[in-house]
Design a protein around this ligand. Structure first.
Ligand SMILES: Cc1cc2nc3c(=O)[nH]c(=O)nc-3n(C[C@H](O)[C@H](O)[C@H](O)COP(=O)(O)OP(=O)(O)OC[C@H]3O[C@@H](n4cnc5c(N)ncnc54)[C@H](O)[C@@H]3O)c2cc1C
Length: 507
């Protein structure tokens, strides 16, 4: 690490609050371009605290690399590390002033089945159950080949991360999962900051160049073969050559124009996604004849703070929180899939709800400290005091909590048939409430790939040398993504893209 510091641009990235309205269309790095020593601040829902990172100085840019990776989120960094391990010489271009993308904001965790950590903790799970849960969550519209590869390589991905010092051994429930399967850092904190810090550390240890403020505007072909990219780096446009390009540019949740094109009904919705989630990779691949799938499948998350698009992690429900309406009553199974819970909230006359939980839960879910710091959590020493703060009838809220705590004790939710996340009752004051409603969270559609992460064109043929992984791709999640499956996606298919592209350039 020390060896390369002299050639690195030092950028301090202070991870602050959530991502604003999400209505930004900014797709250009120039808006985010800074002088080489300038301090940069970034947004994150992840409760990861301040993080200082170092990036490669633009003067170190070469004309040619084996593999160009576009986008330094989780998929891009996993691809780079794996490509390097497979003997290639990769480079990463990131258009924002810091690496991380949506991955940095991910707050819940990473799903995986048959892991060593599940086994150690006596959690019975199987790849087939994971497959079935995901298929059910995706309303049976998932690409089954991708899904089979995904579940079968999930435990290996957890081991791969663990071997790099990124240990996700705290396991909980997430919506749509029939067993405890979502893997988080040991202290139960948000996965994003921890994962991104760990991946950047490993990128540096392997001396992989990582350029920020490097906006890739075009993927180039010469004689019908992928030949590299055009990148605007600190405002200067350059053509960089490579035999293989891996596109890991994430989704389009922050591109209002694209959201409205594919889902006019979501116009004006608040978004939880990062500023760089502008769909650039999809557009660049489409320009090369690439096929897209399920572009209208845009996930709306049920627990988003409306004033700033801050996501309240599913971990809070996974650890036992309930949802109540303005009358103080539960109205749905909180652990149903995101599409169904969101629809139930939208049907309420007030179109919002409150997440209700106790102090014991706040201690188990570390993210709550961050939510408190952001001023979105109402607190009452007693349930009655909390009811007054959020203006719901005190007696009703008290009765709702009593009924719920009995359901937890009996392990039977007679009202809404909830079966998971019932390990803890809500009895330890102070009590808390967060007002939430649905917001845009994830774009499940994207470019079509096969299990080797090769991009498929409109004639259903591969585009040799062109690979894609992560949220830029479509198909794995079907019509509804299960919480925890996107982080698994970026590691599993990011690694695969690294391996495959490295193999391709050696041919
Ligand atoms: C608030 C929030 C919480 C979440 N929590 C979870 C969770 O707990 N578990 C889970 O499974 N999923 C979660 N998700 C979803 C998950 O985080 C994302 O789907 C996933 O991290 C996407 O990773 P990625 O590597 O594909 O893209 P990203 O991490 O978004 O990275 C893409 C990168 O590419 C860059 N880029 C874009 N265009 C260009 C270009 N033209 N040139 C160069 N660079 C470019 C972007 O700036 C970005 O840095 C969450 C999402 C959000 C928004």
């Amino acid at each position: 690490m020390k060896k390369i510091v002299s050639s690195l641009l030092i950028v301090s990235a202070f991870l602050l609050t959530a991502c604003g309205s999400g209505n930004t269309n900014s797709s250009s790095a120039s808006s985010a371009t800074n002088s080489s020593t300038e301090k940069t601040s970034a947004s994150s829902d992840a409760n990861s605290g301040a993080s200082e990172q170092e990036y490669t100085d633009p003067s170190q840019l070469k004309d040619s690399y084996d593999v160009i990776i576009v986008g330094a989120g989780g998929a891009g960094m996993a691809a780079a590390i794996q490509a390097k391990e497979a003997g290639a010489n990769p480079v990463i271009f990131e258009k924002m002033p810091i690496a991380g993308g949506n991955t940095l904001k991910s707050s819940g965790g990473m799903n995986a089945s048959e892991t060593k950590f599940q086994k150690e903790q006596g959690i019975e799970d199987s790849n087939d159950t994971f497959f079935e849960d995901t298929l059910k969550g995706g309303q049976e519209t998932n690409d089954r080949d991708l899904l089979r590869y995904f579940v079968d390589h999930s435990a290996d991905a957890i081991d791969w991360l663990d071997n790099m010092g990124i240990t996700l051994n705290n396991i909980s429930y997430s919506g749509g999962a029939s067993v405890k399967r979502i893997h988080r850092p040991a202290d139960g904190s948000a996965v994003g900051g921890y994962l991104v810090d760990g991946l950047i550390r490993n990128v540096h240890e392997r001396e992989i160049p990582l350029f920020v403020n490097a906006d890739v505007t075009k993927i180039n072909e010469t004689d019908d073969k992928i030949s590299g990219v055009t990148v605007s780096i600190n405002g200067e446009e350059k053509e960089i050559n490579a035999k293989a390009v891996v596109v890991t540019t994430g989704g389009f949740g922050s591109n209002e124009e694209m959201i409205t094109k594919y889902r006019p009904d979501l116009k004006g919705y608040v978004s939880t996604t990062s500023e760089g989630s502008t769909g650039d990779g999809i557009k660049m691949i489409e320009a090369l004849g690439g096929q897209t799938v399920a572009m209208d499948q845009i996930q709306v998350h049920p627990t988003v703070v409306q004033k700033d698009g801050m996501l309240i992690s599913e971990t809070v429900r996974g650890e036992g929180a309930i949802l109540v309406n303005q009358q103080g009553k539960r109205f749905f199974n909180e652990l149903e899939t995101r599409d169904k819970v969101s629809a139930a909230e939208t049907e309420l006359p007030e179109h919002y709800a409150y997440l209700i939980f106790d102090d014991a839960l706040a201690k188990r879910a570390k993210q709550v400290d961050f939510y408190k710091e952001q001023g979105v959590v109402e607190e009452g020493a007693t349930i009655e005091e909390l009811a007054k703060k959020i203006d719901v009838p005190e007696e009703t809220l008290k009765a709702t909590l009593d009924t719920w705590n009995k359901a937890v004790a009996d392990k039977k939710d007679e009202e809404f048939g909830r079966e998971t996340a019932m390990d803890y009752d809500l009895t330890e004051g102070p009590f808390y409430a967060i007002q939430i409603a649905p917001g845009i969270h994830h774009t499940m559609g994207g470019v079509k790939i096969n299990t080797e992460t090769q991009v498929i064109n409109k004639e259903d043929k591969t585009i040799p040398g062109l690979y894609a992984a992560g949220e830029v791709t479509g198909g794995l999640h079907g019509n509804n993504r299960i919480g925890g499956n996107a982080v698994a996606d970026i590691i599993i298919f990011g690694r695969q893209a690294g391996n495959q592209s490295a193999g391709f350039v050696k041919q």
